[in-house]
Design a binder for this molecule. Structure first.
Ligand code: ADP
Ligand code: C5P
Ligand code: MG
Length: 218
C-alpha cells in the first residue's frame, strides 16, 4: 500500500485521487449501468490515440463524436452536407444531432464502459447529453497540450481530413478555448476531471492514463 501511494504521488494529485475515489463505485457496479468517460482536449492533443490504447488495455468502447459525424457525411445522411460545412469551418454541429448519434451507439452496445471522445465540445453539448441520455460522466479525462504541439500534430496527421489545415486549425483552437474550456471548468468544479500532461511520447502519456484506469478498475 505504501509503495502504491508513493508511486502514484507524482501523477495523482490529492484532488485526482478523490476524483478516482468518487468514480470507482460506478465502474465496480455489477449492473449494466453505463460507465461514461468523457475524453477532452484540444485538436491534436492525442485523444483518439490514447482511446485506442484504453480500449486495448481496459476493454472500453470508444465513441469518437468526430468519427460519428464523419460517418454521417460519408453515408450521405440528411445532415451530411450541414455537418461537412460545420466541420470545414471548425464550428460545432447542433448538439441534438451529435447526442442522438452517441445515444444510438450506447444503446446498441453490449458493453457498459464507454469513452466518449471529443464530446462535450461546448455547454450546449453537455446540457443536451444530460437531458437526452439522463446521465453525467463518471469521470472526465483532459489531455492538456500546448497549442504549438497541437498544431504540429494536426498538420502532420495526414489522414486526409478537410479540417487539418492551417486556417481551420486556427478556428478550432479558438473554438476550443472559448467553448470547450468552460466545460472542463464545469467538471473540474464538480471534482470529475483527471488532467493528463499530453506532452511526451504516446507511451509516456499512456502511463499516466494507465494509472488512472488501473485505480478505477480495482
Ligand atoms: P485528437 O484525437 O486529440 O485530435 P490524435 O490522437 O488524432 O488527436 O493525434 C493527432 C496526431 O498526433 C496523430 O497523427 C497522432 O498519431 C499524433 N500523436 C498522438 N499522440 C502523440 C504523442 N504523444 N506524441 C506525438 N504525436 C502524437
Ligand atoms: O474531435 P474531432 O477533431 O474529430 O472533431 C472534428 C470536428 O467535428 C470538430 O472540429 C467539429 O467541427 C466537429 N465536432 C462537433 N461536435 C463534437 C465533436 C466534433 O461539431 N462534439
Ligand atoms: Mg480525434
Amino acid at each position: 500500500m505504501w509503495r502504491r501511494v508513493v508511486s502514484l504521488y507524482p501523477l495523482l494529485s490529492p484532488s485526482k485521487s478523490s476524483v478516482l475515489h468518487r468514480a470507482k463505485g460506478g465502474i465496480a457496479s455489477k449492473e449494466k449501468t453505463p460507465f461514461i468517460t468523457f475524453v477532452l482536449g484540444g485538436p491534436g492533443s492525442g485523444k483518439g490515440t490514447q482511446c485506442a490504447k484504453i480500449v486495448e488495455t481496459f476493454g472500453f468502447t470508444h465513441l469518437s463524436a468526430g468519427d460519428l459525424l464523419r460517418k454521417e457525411i460519408s453515408s450521405n445522411s440528411e445532415n451530411g452536407a450541414m455537418i461537412l460545412d460545420t466541420i470545414k469551418e471548425g464550428k460545432i454541429v447542433p448538439s441534438e444531432v451529435t447526442v442522438k448519434l452517441i445515444q444510438k451507439e450506447i444503446e446498441s452496445s453490449d458493453n457498459y464502459k464507454f469513452l466518449i471522445d471529443g464530446f462535450p465540445r461546448c455547454e450546449k453539448n453537455r446540457i443536451a447529453f444530460e437531458q437526452i441520455i439522463g446521465k453525467e460522466p463518471n469521470i472526465v479525462l483532459f489531455f492538456d497540450c500546448p497549442e504549438y504541439e497541437m498544431v504540429k500534430r494536426v498538420l502532420s496527421r495526414n489522414e486526409g481530413r478537410v479540417d487539418d489545415n492551417v486556417d481551420t486549425i486556427k478556428k478550432r483552437l479558438k473554438v476550443f478555448s472559448a467553448l470547450n474550456l468552460p466545460v472542463i471548468k464545469h467538471y473540474t468544479e464538480k471534482g470529475k476531471v483527471c488532467k493528463i500532461n499530453a506532452v511526451g511520447t504516446v507511451d509516456e502519456v499512456f502511463e499516466q492514463v494507465r494509472q488512472i484506469f488501473t485505480e478505477l478498475m480495482v
